[in-house]
Design a protein around this ligand. Structure first.
Ligand code: APR
Length: 269
């Protein structure tokens, strides 16, 4: 741990953004399942439904209310959860390093925002489960899912009065969850594609936490930063492909993200 903290401090001397790249492992200690862990959404789902198929535009076109039911169930899980020390540590870093800290998160749970991470420094590259947008993209605006939309338990259906609330406030057509689906691509207006790549190209330090390195834009961020000479640090319970890269750079911390991020924030502030 000490060697990694020293590497983080040394990286701070160089100019350029300090990026935290987070995944589901950072919210695991808040009680939100990861995706590919033993109890993960993609793992558990495999037995009684196929969420990875549900998490597609094709599924939404074919069975919109099953897809909505799945996301309203996950929204309920996120609303019951509280940010943990890891989320709070990154929020503190943003406030202490207002001109150079950026949080790139794959998490749609909103816990970083609820911990106080400022929107101007927070880039949710897979969307936000508390938001909806027009399914026909009549405009690119996002809206909070109305409070009147209740929490759903796993397997609950979306009742007709609730369906009537999930409409685009602009055109009256159907609304959809504001999340990136497996058969969709990253872009700038909705998922900050160009912004996070620009930040990575000049990065001094990238702290990677709680991700299994299975999605493309995070790889772009890490590779662009590495080729710009950034120090890479990986925080995870387990070895993973990003850990292999970080091992040759700032090093790895194999342990819970909440403790590790708290120590890293303290070292950088
Ligand atoms: N502390 C640190 N790391 C943890 C913890 C913890 N308490 N708990 C789990 N982890 C690690 C696991 O070892 C694993 O490497 O977090 C990682 C979680 O990996 P995934 O479940 O694959 O989640 P993530 O990497 O965020 O998935 C990326 O894939 O399916 C898409 O859109 C989805 O945003 C998601 C993306």
């Amino acid at each position: 741990m000490e060697a990694v903290l020293a590497a983080c401090r040394a990286a701070l001397v160089r100019p350029g953004p300090v990026i935290a790249l987070t995944g589901a492992g950072v919210s695991a200690e808040s009680g939100i399942p990861t995706f590919r862990g033993k109890e993960g959404y993609w793992t558990i789902g495999a037995r009684d439904y196929h969420p990875q198929e549900l998490a597609t535009q094709a599924a939404f076109r074919a069975m919109p209310w099953e897809v909505w039911a799945w996301y309203l169930y996950r929204r309920s899980v996120c609303r019951r959860a509280q940010p943990n020390a890891g989320h709070h540590a990154l929020a503190r870093l943003a406030l202490e390093l207002p001109d150079r800290f950026a949080l790139v998160t794959q998490n749609v749970d909103g816990l970083h925002r609820r911990a106080g991470s400022p929107d101007a420094q927070t880039f949710p590259i897979h969307g936000d489960i508390s938001l909806m947008r027009c399914a026909a993209d009549c405009v690119l605006d996002r809206w909070l899912i109305p409070d009147a939309v209740p929490d759903l338990a796993k397997g609950d259906a979306v009742a007709a009065p609730v369906q009537a609330l999930l409409v685009c406030p602009r055109c009256g057509g159907m609304a959809r969850p504001h999340v990136l689906w497996f058969d969709e691509s990253y872009d700038e207006p909705r998922f900050h594609l160009d912004t996070v790549r620009r930040l990575a190209r000049g990065a001094a330090l990238v702290v990677i936490a709680g991700t299994s390195a299975q999605t493309t834009l995070p790889w772009h961020v890490v590779q662009l930063a590495a080729s710009a000479g950034a120090t890479l640090v990986d925080v995870n319970l387990e070895d993973n492909p990003f850990g292999d890269l970080a091992a040759g750079s700032g090093g790895v911390i194999r342990g819970p993200a909440a403790d590790a991020l708290t120590a890293i924030a303290a070292a950088l502030i």
